[in-house]
Design a protein around this ligand. Structure first.
Ligand code: 8X3
Length: 248
């Protein structure tokens, strides 16, 4: 791998949405980006477009994470973006497999990928970890129990990590997006029902798009290395809280 000259950024969940946009934004900042996700066909196209590297990664698989770590000889930036929501059921009808899956991706996935890449991030002498959590990491709403619990877990993980890494040359950044209209977030959450997914954004004037969040992530990475943006909450102007959204 010809990575010895370039600074390397690893982006998980890079096959679409915020992850793909972040891979482009960090490339524009001068990083060589390792685009990691499960769907290698999409990653390969993205990597070709941006001059990056495609790596198949399932953040729920310890073996897959170990393979990724072993393939990298340098890591300057890690963006933990892989994750997502499944279902909008109230807790009274919570589906165990949804909750287990959300915990596996949003919490255990972040922990395992971070743990695996920490030695390389420290060895870089100027590492940065950015985890994309959510406004669901600090607030709750009906029907969001499994997702908000998982994102609260990821939020706690980042706070803990910042304390534990104090004194080491690694920034720990949490980006908490609100309503972002991406191709897949709501579609996945609503089990492929496009009509219901579209209804999430109906009447909302300009929900955020993936590039808005990618720009915010790139900002946290691009500020001087002594500046640690602990948390960056980003919402569309139409959204004042998780459930106060202006609709026409
Ligand atoms: C996405 C924001 O409001 O759907 O993480 O929980 S929300």
């Amino acid at each position: 791998m010809s990575t010895t000259e370039s600074k390397i950024a690893v982006v998980t969940g890079a096959s679409s949405g915020i992850g793909a946009a972040t891979a482009r934004a960090l490339t524009a900042l001068g990083y060589q980006v390792v685009c990691a996700a499960r769907r290698l066909d999409r990653l390969t196209a993205l990597a070709e477009e941006i001059g990056g590297i495609a790596r198949e990664l399932d953040v729920t698989s310890p073996d897959s994470i170990a393979d990724l770590a072993a393939s990298l000889d340098r890591v300057d930036v890690l963006v933990n973006n892989a994750g997502g929501a499944l279902g909008v059921d109230p807790i009274a009808r919570a589906r165990d497999d949804d909750w287990e899956s959300m915990y596996a991706t949003n919490v255990l996935g972040v922990m395992r990928v971070t743990r695996a890449l920490l030695p390389a991030l420290e060895a870089s002498g100027a590492g940065t970890i950015v985890t994309v959590t959510s406004t669901a990491g600090t607030g709750v709403y009906e029907g969001g129990g499994g997702y908000t619990a998982a994102k609260h877990g990821a939020h706690a993980l980042m706070g803990t990590l910042r304390l534990e890494l104090n004194g080491k040359p690694i920034r720990v950044v949490e980006v908490l997006p609100g309503m972002v209209h991406t191709e897949e977030f709501s579609l996945n959450r609503l089990r492929g029902d496009q009509q219901k997914a579209d209804a999430v954004y109906a009447g909302v004037s300009e929900p955020l798009v993936a590039e808005d969040v990618a720009d915010a992530i790139a900002y946290t990475v691009g500020v001087p290395q002594h500046v640690n943006i602990d948390q960056l909450v980003i919402r569309p102007i139409a959204q004042a809280s998780n459930y106060k959204v202006a609709r026409s």
